[in-house]
Design a protein around this ligand. Structure first.
Ligand code: CAA
Length: 259
Protein backbone atom coordinates (compact mmCIF):
# COMPACT_ATOMS: atom_id res chain seq x y z
CA UNK A 1 0.00 0.00 0.00
CA UNK A 2 1.29 3.48 -0.86
CA UNK A 3 0.88 6.39 1.49
CA UNK A 4 1.56 10.09 0.94
CA UNK A 5 2.81 11.10 4.38
CA UNK A 6 3.93 7.93 6.11
CA UNK A 7 6.67 5.49 5.14
CA UNK A 8 6.91 1.92 6.38
CA UNK A 9 10.16 -0.03 6.14
CA UNK A 10 10.61 -3.54 7.41
CA UNK A 11 13.95 -5.14 8.07
CA UNK A 12 14.92 -8.16 10.13
CA UNK A 13 11.77 -8.20 12.26
CA UNK A 14 11.86 -4.46 12.94
CA UNK A 15 9.33 -2.08 11.39
CA UNK A 16 10.23 1.58 10.98
CA UNK A 17 7.41 4.08 10.51
CA UNK A 18 8.60 7.48 9.31
CA UNK A 19 6.19 10.41 9.50
CA UNK A 20 7.04 12.06 6.23
CA UNK A 21 5.76 15.62 5.72
CA UNK A 22 9.07 17.44 6.09
CA UNK A 23 7.82 20.69 4.53
CA UNK A 24 5.36 21.03 7.43
CA UNK A 25 7.86 19.62 9.95
CA UNK A 26 5.87 16.35 9.84
CA UNK A 27 2.77 18.01 11.31
CA UNK A 28 -0.17 15.66 11.72
CA UNK A 29 -3.09 16.50 9.48
CA UNK A 30 -6.09 14.18 9.07
CA UNK A 31 -4.53 12.44 6.09
CA UNK A 32 -1.36 11.63 8.02
CA UNK A 33 -3.31 10.39 11.05
CA UNK A 34 -5.43 8.14 8.80
CA UNK A 35 -2.33 6.76 7.12
CA UNK A 36 -0.70 6.15 10.49
CA UNK A 37 -3.89 4.37 11.61
CA UNK A 38 -3.71 2.04 8.56
CA UNK A 39 0.03 1.42 8.87
CA UNK A 40 -0.42 0.41 12.51
CA UNK A 41 -2.87 -2.28 11.39
CA UNK A 42 -0.30 -3.57 8.92
CA UNK A 43 2.33 -3.69 11.67
CA UNK A 44 -0.03 -5.40 14.14
CA UNK A 45 -1.02 -8.09 11.66
CA UNK A 46 2.45 -8.83 10.26
CA UNK A 47 3.76 -11.77 12.26
CA UNK A 48 7.32 -11.14 11.06
CA UNK A 49 7.37 -7.74 12.78
CA UNK A 50 8.46 -7.99 16.41
CA UNK A 51 9.23 -4.37 17.32
CA UNK A 52 8.09 -1.03 15.88
CA UNK A 53 10.17 2.16 15.76
CA UNK A 54 8.49 5.49 14.97
CA UNK A 55 10.50 8.52 13.84
CA UNK A 56 10.14 11.68 11.77
CA UNK A 57 11.68 12.41 8.40
CA UNK A 58 14.56 14.86 8.12
CA UNK A 59 16.88 16.20 10.78
CA UNK A 60 14.70 18.92 12.20
CA UNK A 61 11.46 17.46 13.41
CA UNK A 62 9.97 14.31 14.83
CA UNK A 63 6.48 15.83 14.59
CA UNK A 64 5.90 19.57 15.18
CA UNK A 65 2.32 19.00 16.30
CA UNK A 66 -1.13 18.66 14.89
CA UNK A 67 -1.49 20.64 11.65
CA UNK A 68 -2.27 24.21 12.68
CA UNK A 69 -3.38 25.27 9.20
CA UNK A 70 -5.91 22.44 9.10
CA UNK A 71 -7.15 23.14 12.63
CA UNK A 72 -7.46 26.90 12.22
CA UNK A 73 -11.00 26.87 10.79
CA UNK A 74 -12.40 23.88 12.61
CA UNK A 75 -15.78 24.17 14.32
CA UNK A 76 -15.98 22.95 17.93
CA UNK A 77 -17.59 19.71 16.69
CA UNK A 78 -14.90 19.17 14.06
CA UNK A 79 -12.23 19.86 16.70
CA UNK A 80 -13.78 17.25 18.99
CA UNK A 81 -13.80 14.67 16.19
CA UNK A 82 -10.17 15.50 15.37
CA UNK A 83 -9.16 15.14 19.02
CA UNK A 84 -11.04 11.85 19.44
CA UNK A 85 -9.52 10.47 16.26
CA UNK A 86 -5.96 11.41 17.22
CA UNK A 87 -6.52 9.90 20.67
CA UNK A 88 -7.81 6.70 19.06
CA UNK A 89 -4.82 6.35 16.74
CA UNK A 90 -2.36 6.99 19.57
CA UNK A 91 -4.20 4.53 21.81
CA UNK A 92 -3.72 1.96 19.05
CA UNK A 93 0.03 2.52 19.36
CA UNK A 94 -0.12 2.13 23.13
CA UNK A 95 -2.17 -1.07 22.86
CA UNK A 96 -0.16 -2.60 20.00
CA UNK A 97 0.81 -6.14 20.93
CA UNK A 98 4.47 -5.33 20.09
CA UNK A 99 6.86 -2.92 21.77
CA UNK A 100 7.00 0.54 20.20
CA UNK A 101 10.06 2.79 20.41
CA UNK A 102 9.83 6.51 19.60
CA UNK A 103 13.11 7.65 18.04
CA UNK A 104 12.70 11.38 18.51
CA UNK A 105 14.88 13.16 15.98
CA UNK A 106 13.96 16.83 16.49
CA UNK A 107 10.92 18.91 17.48
CA UNK A 108 8.34 16.82 19.33
CA UNK A 109 5.76 19.49 20.02
CA UNK A 110 2.06 19.27 20.79
CA UNK A 111 0.76 16.24 18.89
CA UNK A 112 4.40 15.21 18.34
CA UNK A 113 5.16 15.06 22.04
CA UNK A 114 1.82 13.24 22.44
CA UNK A 115 2.76 10.75 19.73
CA UNK A 116 6.05 10.01 21.47
CA UNK A 117 4.24 9.53 24.79
CA UNK A 118 1.94 6.90 23.28
CA UNK A 119 5.03 4.83 22.48
CA UNK A 120 6.40 2.41 25.07
CA UNK A 121 9.94 3.82 25.16
CA UNK A 122 11.33 7.16 24.02
CA UNK A 123 14.90 7.76 23.01
CA UNK A 124 15.92 11.10 21.54
CA UNK A 125 18.72 12.82 19.70
CA UNK A 126 20.63 15.68 21.32
CA UNK A 127 18.86 18.24 19.10
CA UNK A 128 15.36 17.06 20.05
CA UNK A 129 12.95 19.46 21.75
CA UNK A 130 9.82 18.51 23.62
CA UNK A 131 6.85 20.67 24.56
CA UNK A 132 3.12 21.18 24.64
CA UNK A 133 2.83 24.71 23.22
CA UNK A 134 -0.96 24.59 22.69
CA UNK A 135 -1.94 27.29 25.21
CA UNK A 136 0.01 29.73 23.04
CA UNK A 137 -2.47 28.94 20.27
CA UNK A 138 -5.50 29.36 22.53
CA UNK A 139 -6.12 25.62 22.77
CA UNK A 140 -5.11 22.71 24.98
CA UNK A 141 -3.37 19.45 24.05
CA UNK A 142 -5.89 17.26 22.23
CA UNK A 143 -4.19 13.94 21.56
CA UNK A 144 -4.01 12.83 25.23
CA UNK A 145 -1.22 15.20 26.33
CA UNK A 146 -3.18 16.34 29.39
CA UNK A 147 -3.54 12.68 30.35
CA UNK A 148 -0.22 11.02 29.50
CA UNK A 149 2.20 13.82 30.43
CA UNK A 150 1.14 13.94 34.13
CA UNK A 151 1.09 10.15 34.26
CA UNK A 152 4.66 10.07 32.94
CA UNK A 153 6.32 12.95 34.77
CA UNK A 154 3.91 13.91 37.58
CA UNK A 155 1.36 16.69 37.74
CA UNK A 156 3.61 19.55 38.89
CA UNK A 157 6.08 19.39 35.98
CA UNK A 158 3.33 18.44 33.50
CA UNK A 159 1.25 21.44 34.51
CA UNK A 160 4.31 23.70 34.33
CA UNK A 161 5.05 22.52 30.77
CA UNK A 162 1.42 22.69 29.62
CA UNK A 163 0.62 26.05 31.30
CA UNK A 164 3.79 27.77 30.02
CA UNK A 165 4.13 26.03 26.64
CA UNK A 166 7.89 25.91 27.33
CA UNK A 167 10.10 23.69 25.22
CA UNK A 168 12.69 21.49 26.90
CA UNK A 169 15.75 19.88 25.35
CA UNK A 170 16.63 16.17 25.47
CA UNK A 171 18.85 16.48 28.54
CA UNK A 172 16.01 18.06 30.50
CA UNK A 173 13.53 15.50 29.11
CA UNK A 174 15.91 12.77 30.31
CA UNK A 175 16.24 14.37 33.76
CA UNK A 176 12.47 14.47 34.30
CA UNK A 177 12.01 10.90 33.08
CA UNK A 178 10.16 11.72 29.88
CA UNK A 179 12.73 9.86 27.79
CA UNK A 180 15.09 7.02 28.61
CA UNK A 181 18.17 7.87 26.53
CA UNK A 182 19.87 10.74 24.69
CA UNK A 183 22.10 9.93 21.71
CA UNK A 184 23.75 11.63 18.75
CA UNK A 185 21.30 12.25 15.89
CA UNK A 186 23.49 10.18 13.56
CA UNK A 187 23.22 7.19 15.93
CA UNK A 188 19.53 7.51 16.74
CA UNK A 189 18.01 4.84 14.48
CA UNK A 190 20.89 2.42 15.12
CA UNK A 191 20.41 2.87 18.89
CA UNK A 192 16.69 2.26 18.52
CA UNK A 193 17.41 -0.87 16.49
CA UNK A 194 19.93 -2.05 19.07
CA UNK A 195 17.27 -1.73 21.74
CA UNK A 196 14.76 -3.51 19.49
CA UNK A 197 17.18 -6.39 18.89
CA UNK A 198 17.78 -6.81 22.61
CA UNK A 199 14.04 -7.21 23.09
CA UNK A 200 13.80 -9.58 20.13
CA UNK A 201 16.21 -11.99 21.82
CA UNK A 202 13.62 -12.43 24.61
CA UNK A 203 10.19 -14.04 24.60
CA UNK A 204 7.86 -11.90 22.44
CA UNK A 205 4.76 -13.31 24.11
CA UNK A 206 6.18 -12.50 27.54
CA UNK A 207 7.01 -8.94 26.46
CA UNK A 208 3.51 -8.53 25.07
CA UNK A 209 1.93 -9.78 28.32
CA UNK A 210 4.24 -7.52 30.37
CA UNK A 211 3.17 -4.56 28.21
CA UNK A 212 -0.50 -5.35 28.82
CA UNK A 213 0.06 -5.75 32.56
CA UNK A 214 1.93 -2.42 32.78
CA UNK A 215 -0.58 -0.52 30.62
CA UNK A 216 -3.65 -1.85 32.39
CA UNK A 217 -2.00 -1.61 35.82
CA UNK A 218 -1.11 2.06 35.30
CA UNK A 219 -4.80 2.78 34.77
CA UNK A 220 -6.07 1.15 37.94
CA UNK A 221 -5.42 0.66 41.66
CA UNK A 222 -2.58 -1.54 42.95
CA UNK A 223 -4.78 -4.46 44.01
CA UNK A 224 -6.51 -4.65 40.62
CA UNK A 225 -3.12 -4.24 38.95
CA UNK A 226 -1.73 -7.11 40.98
CA UNK A 227 -4.66 -9.31 39.92
CA UNK A 228 -3.97 -8.43 36.28
CA UNK A 229 -0.28 -9.25 36.78
CA UNK A 230 -1.06 -12.64 38.35
CA UNK A 231 -3.35 -13.48 35.40
CA UNK A 232 -0.70 -12.59 32.83
CA UNK A 233 1.98 -14.39 34.88
CA UNK A 234 -0.21 -17.49 34.87
CA UNK A 235 -0.82 -17.15 31.11
CA UNK A 236 2.95 -17.31 30.55
CA UNK A 237 2.84 -20.86 31.90
CA UNK A 238 0.59 -21.92 29.00
CA UNK A 239 3.30 -20.99 26.48
CA UNK A 240 6.14 -22.92 24.86
CA UNK A 241 8.37 -19.92 25.59
CA UNK A 242 8.06 -20.49 29.35
CA UNK A 243 9.04 -24.12 28.96
CA UNK A 244 11.90 -23.31 26.62
CA UNK A 245 13.14 -20.41 28.78
CA UNK A 246 13.33 -22.51 31.92
CA UNK A 247 14.72 -25.65 30.27
CA UNK A 248 17.39 -23.52 28.55
CA UNK A 249 18.30 -22.02 31.91
CA UNK A 250 18.72 -25.45 33.50
CA UNK A 251 20.72 -26.67 30.48
CA UNK A 252 22.92 -23.54 30.68
CA UNK A 253 22.24 -22.53 27.07
CA UNK A 254 20.58 -19.60 25.32
CA UNK A 255 16.81 -20.04 24.88
CA UNK A 256 15.24 -20.34 21.42
CA UNK A 257 11.94 -18.54 21.74
CA UNK A 258 8.98 -18.42 19.37
CA UNK A 259 9.21 -21.92 18.03
N1 CAA B 1 1.24 22.65 11.72
C1 CAA B 1 1.34 23.04 10.44
N2 CAA B 1 2.47 23.50 9.89
C2 CAA B 1 3.56 23.54 10.68
C3 CAA B 1 3.55 23.15 12.02
C4 CAA B 1 2.31 22.66 12.55
N3 CAA B 1 2.19 22.22 13.79
N4 CAA B 1 4.77 23.32 12.54
C5 CAA B 1 5.55 23.82 11.56
N5 CAA B 1 4.81 23.97 10.42
C6 CAA B 1 5.25 24.49 9.13
C7 CAA B 1 5.42 25.98 9.18
O1 CAA B 1 4.18 26.63 9.00
C8 CAA B 1 6.39 26.20 8.04
O2 CAA B 1 5.68 26.14 6.83
P1 CAA B 1 5.97 27.26 5.66
O3 CAA B 1 7.42 27.01 5.29
O4 CAA B 1 4.99 26.88 4.59
O5 CAA B 1 5.75 28.58 6.29
C9 CAA B 1 7.28 24.96 8.08
O6 CAA B 1 6.55 24.00 8.84
C10 CAA B 1 8.59 25.22 8.79
O7 CAA B 1 8.31 25.77 10.06
P2 CAA B 1 8.96 27.13 10.60
O8 CAA B 1 9.29 28.03 9.47
O9 CAA B 1 8.04 27.69 11.65
O10 CAA B 1 10.30 26.56 11.24
P3 CAA B 1 11.15 27.20 12.44
O11 CAA B 1 12.43 26.47 12.46
O12 CAA B 1 11.18 28.68 12.34
O13 CAA B 1 10.29 26.83 13.75
C11 CAA B 1 9.00 25.40 15.18
C12 CAA B 1 10.12 25.50 14.12
C13 CAA B 1 9.46 26.06 16.48
C14 CAA B 1 8.72 23.93 15.42
C15 CAA B 1 7.76 26.13 14.65
O14 CAA B 1 7.46 25.63 13.35
C16 CAA B 1 6.52 25.93 15.49
O15 CAA B 1 6.39 26.56 16.53
N6 CAA B 1 5.60 25.07 15.03
C17 CAA B 1 4.34 24.86 15.70
C18 CAA B 1 4.51 24.04 16.95
C19 CAA B 1 3.19 23.91 17.67
O16 CAA B 1 2.60 24.87 18.11
N7 CAA B 1 2.69 22.67 17.80
C20 CAA B 1 1.47 22.36 18.46
C21 CAA B 1 0.33 22.31 17.48
S1 CAA B 1 -1.24 22.20 18.25
C22 CAA B 1 -1.44 20.55 18.64
O17 CAA B 1 -0.57 19.73 18.39
C23 CAA B 1 -2.76 20.21 19.27
C24 CAA B 1 -2.93 18.83 19.71
O18 CAA B 1 -2.42 18.39 20.72
C25 CAA B 1 -3.82 17.94 18.94
Amino acid sequence: MDFNNVLLNKDDGIALIIINRPKALNALNYETLKELDSVLDIVENDKEIKVLIITGSGEKAFVAGADIAEMSNMTPLEAKKFSLYGQKVFRKIEMLSKPVIAAVNGFALGGGCELSMACDIRIASKNAKFGQPEVGLGIIPGFSGTQRLPRLIGTSKAKELIFTGDMINSDEAYKIGLISKVVELSDLIEEAKKLAKKMMSKSQIAISLAKEAINKGMETDLDTGNTIEAEKFSLCFTTDDQKEGMIAFSEKRAPKFGK
